[in-house]
Design a protein. Structure first.
Length: 134
């Protein structure tokens, strides 16, 4: 996220139905200030040696009562499926994103709440702000 640009907040519905990159929609910064209705974030991941940026999406997904975070990365060719990045013993209850309105869309507030399903059964609530690198 820190190396990304053009942060585009996704609603839960947009994140649930995301399958391919839409240049006219996802390539434009889109703020969201209601963290409880967000379902993910899309952004460009560019480096100085590349003409075309990689497209990245993080989203919340729940399967069989177990919540987790998934990633989707694409540069060219056939768009790939989402891949789970949450350990199996972690159950995410909430994954929220807040992107401030223009011109401040160079940062993202990320909130993740959940539980570790092991002998400790520890709950966690993480909140962090990520700034775009200049």
């Amino acid at each position: 996220l820190q190396s990304g640009e053009k942060y585009h907040c996704l609603t839960r519905s947009e994140a649930d139905n995301f399958s391919t990159w839409n240049e006219g929609v996802n390539n434009v910064p889109k703020p969201c200030n209601n963290i409880s209705s967000s379902g993910g974030i899309a952004f460009n991941l560019c480096d100085s040696s590349s003409v075309e940026c990689e497209k990245v999406v993080y989203r919340f997904n729940e399967t069989g009562g177990q919540g987790g975070v998934e990633i989707w990365r694409w540069k060219s060719g056939t768009p790939p499926p989402f891949v789970a990045i949450t350990a199996p013993e972690i159950d995410i209850d909430f994954f929220g994103v807040e992107v401030p309105p223009l011109p401040n869309v160079n940062r993202v507030l990320l909130v993740v709440r959940g539980r570790v399903n092991d002998t400790t059964n520890t709950s966690f609530n993480l909140q962090t702000t990520i700034y775009e690198r200049s």
